[in-house]
Write a protein that binds this ligand. Structure first.
Ligand code: GLC
Ligand code: GLC
Length: 822
């Protein structure tokens, strides 16, 4: 069952009814000011940091689930004439949930448009954040389809958050006394704590003259009413309240008379503004906000033609970004995800890491070291400069021993001490992201950038030194079998082999009571081989052949160890526990086979020549693959095991306990391409492709236009149900799997490689890819079975599959690829 449809021409998903199984959201903004917006206008806005600069209040895990938003109410001031119609309703359905005659929500690239119609009154609200601005526009267009004049009241409503979202939800003895606002020329300014150390404020402005406003929540809602029945809306009358403590809100009242057929635009702006520290009050010495600096911005964006121009600029921006990689294959789900939604989601994960979504509260985790490095893999071609800056930020949180803070706060860029380090895979991901950046851009200068350790001035070393220490970090932590020690956990945060936690409430991520000298990870071994091989490539390019040899030998040495201690006969083992017993082995009763090492070891090149890779991938297919994707392991853990930690804390089939943790599925897709099985690779791709799951939205339940972190596995009662949409490494890895390995268009140190491993039924596909400023127009045709490729570049037959860099000044390169046959 579907709740909407894709409009690929406009790059939108169109939701056709408001009561989707879960709120289906979109993200606004991509530089400093951000908003989360659901299909019923729920969500919140913030400046840079979802915890520390939250502008509006949102209540997670409430009933109804989506509570708090940017709401517009309409009131029919002649309602006595239309007895059977509601006197007032919400244009986005929530929060009043009155029946709408028509409803449609269009989520697009950085904007959301919600349209509805009740009793002949149509409203359409376009929400977006203009490029480079710290404000969110809601442009409301009202149309009167009745035969007579409609007298309407329009109400805008938001609830201000007192900046620090955690404090806002906990510290009521203080919060109930500190709320302050100012209202001037119809603009509501939220200035809690401006009197002391804040130089910033929020505001809500409107293009129309107000009939009234309220800024004290109780005055607007009434003593015991909720957002579904504000007494001011019911009465059609505001009380011009000025908040003093309690809950400051921004609500405005506009009266509109619309003749039959008449249309009217009203613009609302929700903004954030910073003043110079020494010029924050006007007049100086007063406690009144200096508004001179913000007024020109407000005046500009209250003009409908400026709004339209800003919207067109946003569209053009996304056209240009997405144009960097466009594909046309026989499969619509592939096309849609690669050309539109997967690339868009990768931008969102780049911006937010795991901080703010409808599953991440914005007050928990900051940026993850491992997460952000992986997000970069799918993002780097979109805005390479931002990727560069991010790499340097990440590396600056690295510790002198090569380890890394697991997370850091985006506003301060400091590592989070409460989580700390010792996730032993973390530093290796930095090697992969830097290598991807180098292959994409050829900007070798980044390796010489001085970057501090632990953000300590004076400790700066070239980025290259950070990469060397990342590799050394693994080599310094080798266990009894010669495999890397796991530390707190590896990629699987919940495989906590040194934790042994028996106390409720203890954090599995940070509590450790074993020294950690025994438990080892085969997964880290695979990742190490991959990273060391990348390092060898980098060292060769910068002409350090001896170092390249050292990295290669380290990789070979580790490979030997994996075959000795990490191979189980038909698949790779997962780990060794604190008693040196294998995990992910046929010897185990539960958790016999895990997906992660199969993907990682084959990606690192293991077993490709001698058939063992094929054996491992067949085991994955036979034991782990379901119609909804590949589960993490089987059999699921049926009870809590002290020596395994959080993984066994989840009920079977959920999350890391045998859920379909989508992030890992693309590793198997890539591995399948490594052994030349395009049908299998694309089959795995389609099982979790959100668009391909659109028809089962009542089972999947999350948005059909983005990947979710997890789909419940076959052991769960809700098999096939997705959770934790948007902020997941799944986005970047799927993008890499489909574009670089299945379609086979891959940046390398030597040029663009074209080596598709596609389904046997595909007769052709075309790609346009901008790479280092040059447009590659690639036409692939199948001339027979198999993956053998023959490239013709600008009419000339090429040896091999890598197109070396064309002479300076080249704008376009045309490539014809014959695949299969002879
Ligand atoms: C979450 C974390 C990620 C981790 C994964 C598996 O997605 O953000 O860092 O690798 O879970 O535990
Ligand atoms: C929990 C989650 C896991 C995530 C981790 C991040 O353990 O289950 O998915 O990676 O928290 O800290």
């Amino acid at each position: 069952m579907k709740f909407g449809h894709f409009d690929d021409d406009r790059r939108e998903y169109v939701i056709e009814r408001p009561d989707t199984p879960l709120p289906w959201i979109n993200f606004l903004g991509n530089q400093a000011f951000f908003g989360l917006i659901s299909n019923t206008a729920g969500g919140y806005s913030f400046y840079r940091d979802a915890r520390l600069r939250r502008l509006t209040r949102y209540r997670y895990n409430n009933a109804p689930l989506d509570s708090g938003g940017r709401y517009i109410y309409l009131r029919d001031d002649d309602s006595s004439k239309y007895q059977d119609e509601p006197a007032y309703w919400s244009t986005s359905w929530q929060p009043t949930r009155h029946q709408l005659d028509e409803y449609q929500c269009r989520h697009g690239m950085g904007y959301t448009i919600i349209r509805s119609k009740v009793a002949g009154i149509e409203s359409q609200t376009r929400h977006f954040i203009p490029l480079g601005e710290n404000l969110e526009i809601w442009e409301l267009t009202l149309t009167n389809h009745r035969e007579q004049t409609a007298n309407l009241s329009v109400f805008s409503a938001i609830e201000f958050c007192l900046w620090d979202a955690l404090d806002d939800a906990t510290n009521f003895q203080r919060n109930y006394s500190i709320g302050e606002v100012e209202v001037e020329d119809g603009v509501i300014y939220h200035k809690t704590e401006y009197r002391e150390r804040r130089d910033h404020f929020a505001y809500l402005a409107c293009s129309e003259t107000l009939a009234g406003f309220d800024t004290q929540r109780e005055a607007f809602l009434g003593h015991y009413n909720g957002w579904d029945s504000p007494s001011a809306v019911q009465a059609g009358q505001m009380s011009n309240s000025i908040a003093s403590g309690w809950q400051p809100v921004g609500t405005q009242h506009i009266k509109v008379a619309l003749r039959a057929g008449e249309q009217k635009k009203i613009v609302f702006i929700l903004g954030y503004h910073e003043n110079p520290k020494d010029d924050k009050f006007d007049p100086p010495g007063s406690q009144t906000i200096n508004k001179r600096t913000v007024k020109p911005i407000i005046a500009r964006y209250l003009k409908p033609d400026e709004v339209e121009a800003a919207f067109q600029a946003l569209r053009a921006y996304w056209d240009k970004l997405l144009d960097k990689f466009q594909v046309n294959t026989p499969d619509p789900h592939t096309n849609r995800m690669v050309n539109i939604w997967n690339a868009y989601q990768v931008m969102v994960t780049f911006n937010f890491s795991r901080s703010a979504s409808y599953f991440e509260s914005g007050i928990g985790r900051g940026m993850g070291f491992r997460d952000s490095n992986q997000d970069l893999l799918g993002f780097v071609h979109l805005v390479p400069d931002w990727a560069r800056a991010r790499i340097l930020d990440l590396a600056a949180t690295q510790l002198p021993d090569g380890g890394a803070y697991h997370q850091y706060q985006p506003l301060t860029k400091r590592g989070n001490n409460d989580v700390g380090s010792n996730f032993n895979d973390d530093p290796l991901w930095l090697v992969l992201s830097v290598s991807a950046y180098l292959k994409e851009t050829g900007d070798w200068s980044i390796l010489n950038e001085p970057v501090p350790y632990d953000n300590t001035p004076g400790t700066e070393q070239p980025l290259y030194d950070h990469l060397q220490r990342s590799i050394q970090f693994t080599l310094d932590r080798i266990g009894p079998h010669g495999l890397p020690l796991i530390g707190r956990a590896d990629w699987n945060d919940c495989l906590n082999l040194n934790c042994f936690s028996d106390t409720p409430g203890q954090s599995f991520q940070t509590t450790t009571n074993k020294e950690g000298k025994v438990a080892e990870s085969v997964f880290i071994a695979g990742l190490f081989i991959l990273a060391a091989t990348e390092m060898a490539g980098i060292a060769t390019q910068i002409k350090h052949p001896q170092e390249a040899n050292t990295f290669t030998s380290a990789a070979q040495e580790m490979e030997k160890t994996v075959w000795e201690a990490g191979w189980d006969g038909a698949w790779f083992r997962r780990a060794y526990d604190n008693f040196s017993n294998p995990i992910g082995s046929k010897e185990c009763e539960e958790g016999q086979i895990f997906i992660e090492p199969q993907g990682m070891c084959v990606m690192a090149g293991l077993g490709i020549e001698d058939g063992r890779a094929e054996l491992a991938l067949d085991s994955v297919f036979n034991r782990l693959t379901t119609p909804h994707g590949i589960v993490l392991h089987q059999p699921a853990f049926t009870c809590y095991y002290l020596h395994l930690g959080e993984i066994s804390s989840y009920p079977p089939g959920y999350k890391e306990n045998a859920g379909i943790f989508c992030h890992t599925n693309p590793w198997i897709m890539i591995a399948e391409t490594k052994i030349g099985r395009g049908d299998q690779a694309h089959d795995h791709y389609l099982r979790i492709n959100p668009s391909a799951r659109e028809n089962i939205s009542e089972i999947h339940r999350c948005e059909p236009y983005v990947y979710s972190q997890m789909i419940a596995g076959r052991d769960a009662p809700k098999f096939g149900e997705a959770k934790n949409s948007w902020l997941t490494g799944t986005a970047a890895w799927n993008y890499v799997a489909i574009t670089q390995w299945i379609l086979g268009i891959r940046p390398t140190f030597e040029g663009l490689q074209v080596a598709p491993v596609i389904p046997s039924a595909w007769k052709r596909f075309e790609v346009q890819r901008t790479y280092r400023g040059i447009r590659y127009k690639i036409h692939v045709v199948r001339t027979g079975p198999g993956n053998k490729t023959l490239l013709e570049v600008e009419g000339k037959t090429l040896e091999g599959t890598t197109i070396s860099f064309p002479p300076a000044g080249t704008k376009e390169v045309s490539v014809i690829v014959k695949i299969g046959g002879d």
